[in-house]
Every structure is written in structure tokens, then in C-alpha cells.
Design a protein around this ligand. Structure first.
Ligand SMILES: N[C@@H](CCC(=O)N[C@@H](CS)C(=O)NCC(=O)O)C(=O)O
Length: 196
């Protein structure tokens, strides 16, 4: 099983940590999407990472689809069996992914648009949404339990962006999230391997 990844991609890190946690062995192919790599584009029409290719050659893309695939492959090692708890974890994952989508949109806008065409981050929809999302009432994990692993390690960007968009909200979020990585590491001791 092969995965195209980049260490700086939050979706890549989510899936790579999940695969590691669930004990699914993968061949990891470091990929730079800027170079339009043909083997990636042949597997994912969006040319995005993370993309997984099974040993049978079936390409699977979008990190959330891959997460569900890994869960099935490992007989339910990632998500809770209880339907209500599972929905809560999937919602939390969607929330974190949504925050990452907004952050990426801001990064890409800064990277690829000349200043005169850029809108100020924070004044746009995607600039405001991560801050709102970070204080959302969506069910959240109160403890860093393993079933929350796919999403919890990505709380830090949420804190960073809300600080960027609104310093007052950001400080509150930062205080709440400050100790989260250490707590997370207790449940996922190999976290250090995935830090950029
Ligand atoms: N919804 C997708 C998002 C994937 C995504 O946006 N990946 C970024 C890297 S973090 C990417 O490949 N960007 C390159 C591009 O858009 O060309 C997922 O969850 O897999």
C-alpha cells in the first residue's frame, strides 16, 4: 500500500498517524504537489495529497475516505463502534478538516496571489470561519482518548488562526489548547515522529 504525502500537509499527517496507530503498514512517497507529479495526478484527479494506492492498484483519495478505509482494513481500530460516538468523532474530524481548509486557502492566497489582488485574511469568509469553528459547539473530545486521535493533534493550527484573526478569542483558545499536545502524546507516544 502506497501513500503520496507531504510532512507539512495536515491531511497527510492525520492519515499517516492514523495508519501508524492502527498498525497498517504503508510505503510513504514524499510528494511535492507544486511539481504536478504524474504518478499522483494519475491516481487523484485533483492532484492532492494525501492519496493512497492499495496493493491492488486502487487509488483512494480525500483524507476522510482514506480514514474510513483504514478503519475497515484494520477492523475498526480508528473510530468508535457506538453510532452516536462515531458521529461525534466524524463531526469533530469534519470540523478540524474545515479549519485546515480555511487555513490552506489563506496560505495559498498569500503564496500565489500578488498583494494587490489579495484580500486581507480575517476579512474574508474563510478568514473568519476558522475562528468561529475553534469555538464551535460541535461535540468535542474532553479527553485525548485514542478514538479521537485522528483529529486532536490538529488543534494547534486552530489556535494559531484564531489568534491571527481575533487576538482576544485567540488567547482564550491558546490557553485551552496549550497543554493539548502533551496530553495527546501520552496516548500516542510516537507523535514525535510526525512533528514537522
Ligand atoms: N479534502 C482533501 C484536501 C487535501 C488537500 O487540500 N491537500 C493539499 C495539501 S495540504 C494539496 O494537496 N494541495 C495541493 C493542490 O491543491 O494543488 C483531503 O482531505 O484529502
Amino acid at each position: 500500500m502506497k501513500i503520496f504525502y507531504s510532512p507539512t500537509s495536515p491531511y497527510s499527517n492525520k492519515v499517516r498517524m492514523a495508519a501508524h496507530y492502527a498498525g497498517l503498514s504503508t510505503e510513504n512517497v514524499l510528494t511535492d504537489t507544486n511539481g504536478n507529479p504524474q504518478d499522483l495526478i494519475a491516481s487523484n484527479p485533483f492532484g492532492k495529497i494525501l492519496t493512497l494506492v492499495t496493493s491492488e492498484g486502487k487509488a483512494i483519495y480525500d483524507s476522510r475516505v482514506i480514514m474510513q478505509f483504514i478503519d475497515r482494513e484494520t477492523k475498526g481500530k480508528l473510530y468508535p463502534r457506538n453510532a452516536e460516538k462515531r458521529t461525534d468523532v466524524e463531526l469533530l474530524e469534519a470540523l478540524c478538516d474545515g479549519i485546515c481548509d480555511c487555513l490552506l486557502a489563506i496560505v495559498y492566497e498569500k503564496r500565489f496571489h500578488p498583494p494587490e489582488r489579495s484580500t486581507s485574511p480575517g476579512s474574508t469568509g474563510s478568514g473568519k470561519r476558522p475562528a468561529a469553528a475553534s469555538t464551535s459547539s460541535t461535540p468535542t473530545c474532553r479527553r485525548p482518548v485514542p478514538s479521537c486521535m485522528p483529529v486532536t493533534s490538529r488543534s494547534r493550527p486552530c489556535c494559531a488562526i484564531s489568534n491571527f484573526v481575533s487576538p482576544a478569542n485567540g488567547r482564550r483558545a491558546a490557553l485551552k489548547l496549550k497543554n493539548w499536545p502533551q496530553k495527546f502524546e501520552k496516548f500516542f507516544p510516537d507523535y514525535a515522529q510526525f512533528k514537522v
